[in-house]
Design a binder for this molecule. Sequence first.
Ligand code: 0PR
Length: 385
Amino acid sequence: MQDEPIDKNVILEELSKLHELDCNYGDGRILGSMCTEAHPFAKEVYCKFLDTNLGDPGLFKGTKSIENKVIESIGELLSLDSAYGNIVTGGTEANLMAIRAARNHARKYKGIVDGEIIIPKSAHFSFKKAADMLNLKIVEAQLDENYKIDVESLKEVISDRTVAIVAIAGTTELGLIDPIEEISQIAFEKNIYFHVDAAFGGFSIPFLKQRGYDLPDFDFSLLGVCSITVDPHKMGLAPIPAGGIIFRKEEYLEVMAVDSPYLTVKTQSTIVGTRLGASSAATYAVMKYFGRKGYCDLAEDLMKTTRFFYDGLVEIGYDVVCEPELNIVAFNHPDMETNELAQKLEKLDWKVSVAKCPKSIRVVLMNHIKMNHIKELLEDLKEIY
Ligand code: 0PR
């Protein structure tokens, strides 16, 4: 750090120059991101709550009550009357909390010491971080020919050490929904903690179902489901960071509680200590602002763009990996290696992302990707073909 203070304008100029190096959602060129530009109203509210700290909720009673209300609203969206949980930094922290709750619960009530978690091959890498931090072994369940959990393969790997089963509602690479109802039944019968990662799908599946889309059940209406991750900073249009973890029962928070004697509350269950109240306030504001109707419209718009892109690809002759269930399309050229196609698109200034299973170009049709961008992309893909 330099010795003398520097004038604000000089600092801002330097920062602006660096900021200009960042990609811009508005250009419609970012094709592989699950984040997007937050709604302006959410950003406005976020700034008002920047100094609030939910790590010491007794000092910020109003903001804590906002977090409680958001958790209640998200819980209601997921068919749960009394919801427990927190607004956290994102899907990674939400998944970590879920797995920590499962591990501690199994340790306390079943005496499991060397625990294992069963995750599908399609699971987000955050579960690898969680297992590493929580000293759990990962056991992978295989996928079927439709890239969803193969339930038979899952049954085979359940053991006395299983502390949690994980399924995904909106997989990171393909946006697919696992057979959650079937898995919930198994987990319920075997009394195993069942976590659903709906980080991506949580702010769209309930709304698409409301508009008549034929999507499977994935939420707390299924009795085996113990917790769900839902990220407001994806299709919820809340500013980063805003993840959500919702638990069916308070005891899942209780088994994670550590004493925090000198704070205004006596125990803390979250991973983070000092934590943003701004994320809760902004999420609350944006959810009120859109309401169910607003989110239904947004979710339907995303599916319209998705369908348009899917149909366009098929028309040109590209191989599409699967029928999209949510707003992700993955595809390949019939005779070109995926990386080569990715390079060609990168040269044309498209920010693409390559999926691993199966290897393919993956486009996440987030809110910043408009119909004109898709038309432009299809034109380029036609040229390349
Ligand atoms: N669970 C699922 C199903 C996810 O897709 C993701 C994120 C997470 C958990 C973790 O969420 P956080 O990243 O909020 O902790 N999926 C995206 C991914 O890793 C996140 C992302 C967002 C990546 C924007 C790139 C990007 O530009 O692919």
